[in-house]
Design a protein around this ligand. Structure first.
Ligand code: ZN
Length: 269
C-alpha cells in the first residue's frame, strides 16, 4: 500500500471508530464480546457471566510488586519469592487479573483484532485495581503514562492498545494522561522473545522521555495491556528514573490488565 493509500486507510478507520461504530452501537446494542449473547445498555458489551468472571479474577490475591498470584498469607510490601531479589524499576503494580480467560481473549481481540471498543470495558477493572493498590500503599495518582509503541509499529497497527487503555483510565479517573515516553528503538516483539534476560536485553535503552516532560515529586502510573516478565515496565521506568532530580517522579507505579503467571506461547503479529 502506498503512503497516501495507507494514510487514507488510517483516516477512514478513525472515522469508523469514532463516528460510525458509536452510532451503530446506539442503534444496535452489541453482543457480549465473549459469549456472543445480546447485552443491554447497562451491561456495556459484557454479559453477566463474563462480568462475574472478571470480579472473581480481580478478587484473587497477588504480589503488589510484580503482580504474580499469591496466597493471601504470603502477601508482603517487600514482594514475593519471584521478585523480592529483583530491581523491577516500579514500586507497585496493579493488575486486573492474569492472562487467562476472561482477560486473555479480550486482550487478543483488543490488540490483534483491533476492536477498540474493548478498551473502555477493560479500563473499568483496571481503574478499580489501581484504586485498591494506591489506597493500600497510600499513593497518589498524578499522571498516567501509557507504554508507547515504536512509531513504525503504531503506524502499521493503527493504534496503541496501552494508549487506548490510558485514555479511558484518564476519562474515568480524571488523572491526566501524558504521552511522555518515546520508543526510540524498534524491538523484537516481546511475545517472540521467550526468556527474561533476552527480553531485558531486547529492551535496553528502548525508551526515552520526551523533551519538556518532568514529574518532580509526582506518583506516575505506567499503563500497559500485559506484563509477562516485567522487562518492558522496567525499561520504561528506567527512562523516567534517569530524569534529572528536579524532574524525576517520586514514585513509579504500573497498572496492567493482565499478568502472565507463566510465559505465554509466542503470538503472531
Ligand atoms: Zn512479587
Amino acid at each position: 500500500m502506498s503512503l497516501r493509500g495507507s494514510l487514507t486507510h488510517t483516516a477512514l478507520r478513525r472515522v469508523h471508530r469514532n463516528v460510525l461504530r458509536p452510532v451503530a452501537e446506539i442503534l444496535f446494542p452489541p453482543n457480549c464480546w465473549l459469549t456472543r449473547r445480546a447485552t443491554n445498555w447497562n451491561e456495556g458489551g459484557l454479559s453477566l457471566s463474563v462480568r462475574e468472571s472478571i470480579a472473581a479474577a480481580m478478587a484473587r490475591p497477588y504480589c503488589g510488586r510484580c503482580g504474580a498470584s499469591q496466597g493471601p498469607w504470603s502477601l508482603s510490601h517487600a514482594g514475593c519469592q519471584r521478585c523480592s531479589h529483583r530491581n523491577l524499576g516500579t514500586a507497585v503494580i496493579a493488575r486486573a487479573g492474569t492472562f487467562e480467560p476472561p482477560f486473555s481473549p479480550l486482550l487478543y481481540r483488543l490488540k490483534f483484532g483491533r476492536h477498540w471498543q474493548i478498551a473502555p470495558l477493560l479500563a473499568v477493572p483496571l481503574w478499580q485495581a489501581m484504586q485498591r493498590q494506591a489506597a493500600q500503599r497510600n499513593l497518589s495518582m498524578d499522571a498516567i503514562i501509557p507504554i508507547p509503541l515504536h512509531w513504525m509499529r503504531n503506524f502499521t497497527r493503527g493504534f496503541n492498545q496501552a494508549e487506548e487503555l490510558g485514555w479511558h483510565l484518564s476519562r474515568l479517573s480524571g488523572v491526566p494522561m501524558h504521552r511522555a515516553l518515546m520508543r526510540i528503538r524498534q524491538t523484537t516483539p516481546q511475545a517472540k522473545t521467550s526468556s527474561r534476560s533476552a527480553r531485558q536485553e531486547n529492551l535496553r535503552g528502548a525508551f526515552t522521555v520526551r523533551r519538556g516532560y518532568g514529574f518532580h515529586g509526582a506518583t506516575v502510573w505506567l499503563i500497559d495491556d500485559i506484563c509477562t516478565t516485567g522487562a518492558t515496565l522496567h525499561a520504561a521506568a528506567t527512562a523516567l528514573s534517569r530524569l534529572p532530580s528536579h524532574e524525576r517522579p517520586a514514585h513509579i507505579c504500573a497498572a496492567v490488565v493482565a499478568v502472565t503467571d507463566h510465559t505465554p506461547p509466542p503470538l503472531k503479529q
